[in-house]
Design a protein around this ligand. Structure first.
Ligand code: ZN
Ligand code: ZN
Length: 835
């Protein structure tokens, strides 16, 4: 039960039930202090009551209470009141008061300031004033003007009703002088014709409102619903649209102006009748002065304040994120984002200026997302170069658009391989033409680089090494990593993805990529960044996608400044904070990516056309990276934060410079490399092999034909067949093992020819009208002079081992065999289709 008392709480035991009347289901005391005019409510009085109970005095007090209570319930008036109360509760259940204020959606920045406002469903500005925006000045002005007994009545002020009734009878006119703030709220929520019956309903609804809501909430409703003319409702809407500020920072003069307008919203139009409003305002300020509502000096100052307002547009900043969050939270009236206003606005500007410079190249759009790595919140969100440019699809949200990632997934791939222990940064890998079952990737520069390190392959974004590593760790393992990092389109299409995945053969968004790279700054822990403050952290995905060691290795490689994907015009005078970054360019030059991070921020940049049109000049290095650098320069300029520390389980070791493996006795050129103890493989280097040769180095021998004298043991490079084949085709000189002893009688079981192309078990599609042919290519030992090609066991051609043979196959499955002059043979099967 809510009991209202107008007594000081120092004597609650005598006054409690005498002055109070039963209205609500919980206890609600009101304390009035002579000095403090504002009534103080509930809690402290309650605590006092409980603590009293604990004392002996409390026991006496309790007994008195019980006695008083018993007297009351015996009283016949009380019985009447109790019946009325029960009737009211029943009516309240049958006719519940459903309130749907239908507020405008407001989007605020990290400091709670308004960034963007949307009209409500009925195209009105009805912005919700929050409780903390209702200042004592505002409350005092409204309560003094509208309903001085607001804090004390139960929705209806019986004295005012009686007074109005008498007045009506005497004058014969209906006036509305008896309306309390609560009743006005009822009328604003549910406007009805003025009849006595409706008046009765209004009274019932007002009591209902008081029954279910606190006084603060009712005042809040009033403030949010009062009309200001045109389509402006609620004091906050007026405050924002006319004064361009939140209600909590309004001056006394502004507050007074805003409290008088709702009485006559059509004649008191701000911006239209300013002189008249000023006059009315000062009349009310005079009233305030006479009744001593505010400090006299404050009133004096307020009276001298000019009133020169006009109506402004509602703010429409950060349009893409605002629109997105409104759609995602249709019932929220205020959405508090983590966007940092000055960063958002500065970057919006940078992006717009940057893209306008690219216009001549037919590049029309860009999108940028900035994650604060410490808070996991998004501080800037730029969905396009210009939201208000419909020609270039300005309203498209480039942060959520599904695009091809180009090379941007490679860091995750190599990180996974570091964790599998199969590579370290200095591991050698061959960047030579390779056919992966019909898939023949090329590099961006259309060149092959021969034997290189993993580090070089990643820093230079080479394609063949990436596909080789993906093949080794297998596509499903990599797809699983991407799923853990919440890549939605990858999740959806996971069964259809193949090796081309790591070269951009899948769909990603800038949002997904930026979140992924943020995980590299978090020791490999993925945590999706949120857009709003106090976002629900439980439902947030948190996954360790790679180890901290592996993360560190990737970061070190991506932070190297000696790399080819620096912008052409890269100027070392850039006062850049140190960052790690990766670029990407999608197939057909449709998307340019550059995503960078340090301990403070992860910034993702996409540049391209929403139309999907490719542009020859578009590249991650030259088009997206300069923008990334610009933004890092702005957001993190002069940052004091330190670079990432190596985790404990990262160690150095000496490796063979030729292979990146643990040095063998013949590995003279050794370099230092990182490795992850107990994870990285410890393979001994096999970059060379000892061979017995004649003194003139013209003939080589095996253990079967090794003569007793006249030979020497010599070290020869031990290259993979694919690399030898590439050296041959490029006429690159290398030290060859001399031909094998022609008199050797050994049957060569090992070292049979290897068919390099076509690839065993593959399907080949040949174009009929282009009269395409299939190429045959093999690798054999140095001792072999001639090879014999067979198709379905029929001799096709005799050839030298290094010659490529072409033929036109029949459609269907065919067997291809290659025999060498030592009688060793290899068979493969392929399927040929003509289209
Ligand atoms: Zn070696
Ligand atoms: Zn031999």
């Amino acid at each position: 039960m809510l009991l209202k008392s107008q007594q000081r709480y120092s004597k609650p035991q005598t006054s409690l039930f005498l002055f109070g009347y039963v209205v609500k289901a919980d206890i609600h005391f009101v304390k009035i202090d002579d000095e403090i005019e504002k009534p103080k409510i509930v809690a402290e009085v309650k605590t006092e009551f409980i603590s009293l109970q604990k004392s002996l005095f409390a026991t006496m007090f309790k007994q008195k209470l019980i006695n008083a209570f018993q007297t009351i319930i015996k009283n016949k008036y009380f019985k009447g009141i109790a019946c009325l109360f029960i009737l009211f509760v029943l009516l309240d259940l049958i006719f519940p008061f459903r309130i749907n204020p239908n507020y405008s959606t407001l989007i605020t920045d990290s400091e709670g300031k308004l960034l963007h406002a949307f009209l409500n469903k009925t195209d009105k500005w009805r912005m919700e004033t929050e409780l903390n925006e209702i200042t004592p000045t505002l409350e005092k002005a409204i309560v003094f003007k509208e309903d001085r007994w607001f804090r004390w009545h139960f929705g209806v002020n019986p004295f005012a009703v009686m007074r109005a009734g008498v007045k009506n009878v005497l004058t014969g006119r209906r006036t509305s002088g008896a309306s309390t703030i609560t009743m006005q709220v009822v009328r604003l929520l549910n406007p009805q014709k003025r009849t006595y019956f409706n008046k009765f309903i209004e009274i019932f609804r007002a009591i209902q409102l008081e029954f279910h809501y606190s006084k603060d909430q009712i005042l809040q409703f009033y403030i949010n619903l009062v009309p200001y003319g045109s389509n402006i409702e609620g004091l906050k809407s007026a405050s924002i649209l006319y004064f361009q500020k939140s209600p909590n920072v309004l001056s006394l003069a502004e507050v007074t102006a805003l409290t008088i307008i709702p009485n006559r919203p059509s004649s008191l139009r701000l911006g239209v009748n300013n002189p008249y409003i000023l006059q009315e305002r000062n009349r009310w300020l005079q009233n305030f002065k006479e009744e001593k509502v505010f400090n006299a000096q404050d009133i004096e100052d307020a009276m001298n304040e000019p009133l020169n307002v006009i109506r402004h547009e509602a703010p429409h900043l950060a349009p893409h994120l605002s629109l997105r969050l409104k759609q995602e939270n249709p019932t929220k009236s205020i959405i508090k984002t983590a966007l940092v206003r000055h960063k958002q606005l500065t970057i919006e500007n940078i992006v717009q200026n940057y893209v306008s410079r690219l216009y001549a190249m037919n590049i029309h759009n860009a999108a940028v997302m900035v994650i604060n790595n410490k808070t996991h919140q998004v501080e800037a969100y730029i969905g396009s170069a210009d939201f208000n440019n419909p020609i270039d699809g300005g309203q498209v949200d480039g942060i959520r658009a599904i695009r091809s990632p180009g090379s941007t997934l490679k860091p995750l791939l190599y990180a996974t391989a570091f964790d599998k222990g199969i590579i370290t940064p200095k591991t050698a890998i061959n960047d030579v033409p390779t056919n992966f079952g019909g898939f023949e990737p090329e590099n961006f520069d259309k060149l092959f680089h021969g034997k290189i390190t993993i580090e070089y392959a990643l820093a230079n974004s080479l394609n063949i090494p990436a596909v080789k590593i993906l093949k080794e760790i297998s596509t499903p393992v990599f797809v699983d990593k991407l799923k853990k990092a919440d890549f939605q389109t990858v999740k959806k299409n996971s069964s259809k993805l193949g090796l081309s995945l790591v070269l951009g053969g899948c769909g990603v968004t800038l949002e997904e990529l930026t979140n992924l790279f943020s995980a590299f700054s978090q020791e490999g822990n993925f945590q999706k960044a949120t857009y709003t403050l106090n976002a629900d952290t439980k439902s947030r995905i948190k996954n360790e996608i790679i180890s901290k060691e592996s993360s560190y290795l990737i970061t070190q490689i991506l932070a190297q400044i000696t790399r080819p994907d620096l912008p052409n015009n890269y100027d070392y005078t850039y006062r850049m904070p140190k960052i790690a970054w990766k670029t990407g360019t999608s197939f057909g030059k449709k998307d340019a990516w550059s995503i960078g991070y340090n301990a403070n921020y992860t910034i993702g940049v996409w540049v391209g056309n929403f139309s999907g049109e490719g542009v020859p000049e578009l590249s991650g290095a030259n088009i997206a990276t300069p923008l990334l650098f610009d933004i890092f320069n702005t957001v993190d300029y002069n940052s004091s934060s330190k670079w990432f520390k190596a985790p404990e389980n990262i160690a150095y070791r000496k490796v063979c410079a030729e292979s990146g493996d643990v040095p063998n006795d013949f590995c003279t050129h050794q370099i230092v490399d990182y490795y992850i103890p107990s994870v990285s493989k410890m393979t001994k280097c096999q970059h060379a092999k000892y061979i017995y040769v004649s003194r003139d180095e013209k003939i080589s021998y095996c253990s079967h034909c090794l003569p007793e004298s006249g030979t020497v043991q010599k070290l020869y490079p031990n290259y993979a067949p694919e690399l030898l084949s590439w050296y041959e085709s490029k006429h690159i000189l290398y030290e060859k093992v001399p031909p094998h002893n022609p008199k050797c009688e050994r049957v060569f079981n090992t070292n049979a020819p290897q068919i390099v192309y076509p690839v065993d078990g593959s399907e080949y599609f040949l174009a009929k009208n282009e009269n395409q042919k299939l190429m045959l290519n093999c690798q054999v030992g140095n001792e072999v002079k001639t090879v014999y090609w067979y198709i379905n066991d029929k001799l096709l051609q005799k050839a030298s081992p290094n010659t490529e043979v072409f033929f036109r196959p029949e459609a269907g499955k065919i067997k291809i065999s290659c025999s060498d002059d030592k009688g060793r043979n290899a068979d493969i099967y392929v399927e040929v289709k003509w289209e």
